[in-house]
Design a protein around this ligand. Sequence first.
Ligand code: HMG
Ligand code: MG
Length: 318
Amino acid sequence: MITELGLPDRTPLSGLPSRVRIHEVGARDGLQNESSTVPLETKHEFIGRLARAGLRTIEATSFVHPKWVPQLADAEQLMPLIAGLPEEYPGLRLPVLVPNTRGLDRALELRCADIAVFASATESFARRNLNRGLDEQMEMFAPVVARAVEAGIRVRGYLSMCFGDPWEGPVPVGQVASVGAELLKLGCTELSLGDTIGTGTPGQVAALLRAFEQRGVGADRLAVHFHDTYGQALANTLAALQLGVTTVDSSAGGLGGCPYAKSATGNLATEDLVWMLDGLGIETGVDLPALAATSAWMADRLGRPSPSRAVRALTTPS
Ligand code: HMG
Ligand code: MG
């Protein structure tokens, strides 16, 4: 059940955007990290509920090698089940992750209209996550982005390990901005800056955004993707909003992690984000009580409570 205090009091803060687009990653980033595979029907219902709760960008799954991420090996079965949702919810986008031309062929077969390629800012993670070096990952993505753009498909670029890397330590901002700019140059419309292991703090966020600005990449082309390992995700998000970012990635109920970066925990929880944005009077289109109820439902399916503070506060009877 949802408690009576379903919405925060609204008190705006100057210098923030009036609207934020939430890029919901629970069904992909969240479920890719579950120790067991969530049944297809549960994924289907989860995505439907997320759309019903007002989310309009819902990353659905990945067309990666099924042996690398078996949890999402049912992408071919899932996409047809949710293909009708954009008709029911106008404006709904259902992006999928695609690492290479084989993945793109699979996505094209299913008429996906939005894809995302995912690069690493560090050599160590590029090797672990993609079996490629820093330059080789770009060689792998270049034909994917070119063919997708030609087919009228929107391409998002992800950049992982933007702040810290478990094998290399702190990652220099110049290195991150340089790899990110390269990814954008391939033809990605937006770049999502991933704090894969959640070590970043607000000053680092500001420094990175300034480094991109110096390379001619404004906040309007950037999104932020924070994992909440050290509890910094919401503070980092506020820092990014203050510098003009208006697209924020988060996962319902705080599901998530990355199977190839063991120290990565869940993403910033969408409910925690929406509680803050609602409180600041920033529009998201999300129905917070409906979303919290969805995450409580998913937590029941997964057999453990949601790590989201907002979900727990909103769904625990007093
Ligand atoms: P590889 O082993 O180097 O692949 O893996 P390959 O190119 O050498 O091909 C080997 C075989 O795999 C071939 O088959 C290919 O056809 C097949 P064979 O000829 O031997 O029979 N293959 C595929 N089959 C199906 N779908 C495909 C595919 N590609 C090749 N797409 C590869 C390279 C990139 C495929 C692999 O490393 C991979 O799948 N990696 C994905 C890892 C992943 O999904 N990680 C999590 C997502 S990233 C993330 O979570 C971070 C993010 O959230 C942001 C953040 O938090 O920082 C986005
Ligand atoms: Mg992630």
